[in-house]
Design a protein around this ligand. Structure first.
Ligand code: PLP
Length: 407
């Protein structure tokens, strides 16, 4: 008899987006002439930068000639890309990261989901609340939690991100081994200062903990004082793994390219107390289960670092940030407390009522779709997330309609 991994039965079905789609469908049927504006999704809407497209075409041409054709590439990614990443994303900012500490992959979703495989089954895991659900669900699948009840899984430590702490959680009050942090944050859009991040690095060093730092949205940071990488913090190399993605930086959500940094001196322990480098372990896992990102895609990602690519990706994120600023200002002017939107494409709005009730209000009265914060955790029960991934015209129209509906 083949038996299933029963941990999967503990998972809460992802009702969130299915529920949203159901409500939107019903509304559209009742109002066939209304154009619905979607500000709920976390997917980019603008075309790839020209520099990336040019490199993608050139990479495809390389595959058409025997002299330049490539078969399997290195599982960790081509050196041409890893060297650019190390130089531009890290060394140029004073963060010590070498090309051979970078693992190119097809997504930060896969990497943030897969990384937990290299850790013991009984470690104590801390996750933010609200949270990018991948961190939680992959630990549930791996059996690191008990049952779900009252909005939370037994056995996980939840780091509450609230208005009071400006959406940067306090250090855990109980012992934890693995800590997921994400800044600029999805869903809140909040950022962390260098000093705040340093307290987390110090905590990890003092408590033999490890930080999994998701900086998928770092390209939206405009304040140079804010850290883009955890490795800008002294001592982080020994206690942190970082995840990055070209998805939001350069519009690669459908193109797929990301990377994970595992510094060679980042350590964990065996049951009998020996110290082991996580780099070797992740390399073993990655090379066993992954066969590399397509060559033309890696060429397209490399083009992000060319002078034209840098200017074009900046213009792309600037475009979304202009939308974000517009949304945030519109809600702030109506008296709503908001966070995010200044260094992030997300705006987290205190709805002062049940998130689904506010969702329905925006849909029914304005024809605008948001994401109810309740889908990201208990702390999101009275919040909504709006996303800046749309055209500026649609964002303006959406805010006009919302203003008319709410005032
Ligand atoms: N991490 C966070 C916080 C995200 O919000 C997302 C995507 O929405 C990802 C990772 C996934 O990125 P990728 O497209 O590289 O899988």
């Amino acid at each position: 008899m083949i038996r299933i991994n029963e941990n999967f039965l503990k998972l809460q079905s992802s009702y969130l987006f299915a529920d949203i789609a159901k409500r939107v469908d019903a509304y559209q049927k009742q109002h066939p002439n209304q154009t619905i504006i979607r500000l709920g999704i976390g997917d980019v809407t603008r075309a790839l930068p020209a520099a990336c497209i040019e490199a993608l075409h050139k990479g495809t041409e390389d595959m058409a000639q025997e002299s330049t054709f490539r078969g399997y590439g290195p599982e960790q990614g081509y050196l041409f890309l890893r060297e650019k990443i190390a130089q531009y994303d890290f060394q140029a900012r004073g963060a010590e990261v070498e090309a051979d500490e970078i693992f190119v992959s097809d997504g930060a979703k896969c990497d943030t989901g897969n990384i937990q495989e290299i850790f013991a089954g009984d470690i104590r895991v801390a996750v933010p609340d609200p949270v990018y659900p991948v961190y939680v669900d992959t630990n549930v699948m791996a059996g690191r939690t008990g049952a779900f009840g009252n909005g939370r899984y037994e056995g996980l430590v939840y780091l509450e991100c609230t208005r009071e702490n400006h959406y940067v959680p306090a250090l855990p009050a109980e012992p934890v081994d693995l800590i997921y942090l994400c800044f600029p944050n999805n869903p809140t859009g909040a950022t962390i200062t260098r000093e705040q991040l340093a307290t987390w690095v110090d905590y990890a060093r003092q408590h033999n903990a490890l930080i999994l730092y998701d900086s998928a949205y770092e390209a939206f940071i405009r304040d140079e004082r804010l850290p883009r990488s955890i490795y800008e913090i002294e001592g982080a190399r020994e206690v942190a793994i970082e995840f990055r993605s070209f998805s939001k930086t350069a519009g690669f959500t459908g193109t797929r390219c990301a990377f994970t940094v595992v510094p060679k001196n980042c350590m964990a322990h065996t049951a009998d107390g020996r110290t082991m480098a996580l780099h070797g372990l992740w390399n073993r896992r990655h090379t066993t289960k992954f066969n590399g990102v397509a060559y033309p895609i890696q060429r397209a990602a490399e083009a992000v670092y060319s002078p034209a690519g840098q200017a074009q990706t900046r213009a792309l994120t600037d475009y979304y940030l202009k939308n974000a600023a517009f949304i945030r200002q519109a809600f702030a002017a109506m008296g709503y407390a908001c966070v995010g939107g200044d260094h992030s494409p997300y705006i987290w709005i205190d709805a002062r009522r049940d998130a689904w009730e506010f969702f329905d209000l925006l849909l029914q009265k304005a024809g605008v779709v948001c994401t109810p914060g309740a889908g990201f955790g208990k702390c999101g029960a009275q919040y909504i997330r709006l996303s800046a991934f749309n055209s500026y015209e649609n964002v303006q129209k959406a805010m006009e309609r919302i203003r008319a509906a709410l005032i």
